[in-house]
Design a protein. Structure first.
Length: 102
């Protein structure tokens, strides 16, 4: 399987869990410390860490360390890539350089 598909699948994996969607919703308000996300989402530290790893690997979320805490924010580049991917995959056409789709 093409490595590109593996990376593309990470975007959809990140979006297919209700807790990760809740995290994204929280991050719409701006950068949040993991401690804030823990309080607002009523989730344990190991659970949050797992979900944030998936969101960061997808490129939808970026992180930075500040002492013992990690701060998370939405990634505009990741969002743009996800939107472009969904648009590409749901736009009719064979994707080949042929005359069948013209």
């Amino acid at each position: 399987m093409d490595e590109r598909y593996e990376q593309d699948a990470k975007v959809f994996k990140a979006l297919c869990d209700p807790r990760r969607l809740a995290v994204l919703e929280q991050l719409r308000g701006g950068e949040k410390c993991a401690c804030v996300l823990l309080e607002k989402l009523d989730i344990g530290q190991s659970g949050l860490s797992y979900h944030m790893k998936i969101l960061c690997e997808s490129g939808l979320v970026a992180s930075r360390q500040d002492g013992k805490w990690t701060h998370y924010r939405l990634s505009p580049e990741g969002r743009d890539r996800a939107v472009a991917l969904l648009q590409k995959l749901t736009t009719p056409g064979c994707g080949q350089s042929c005359d069948c789709c013209k």
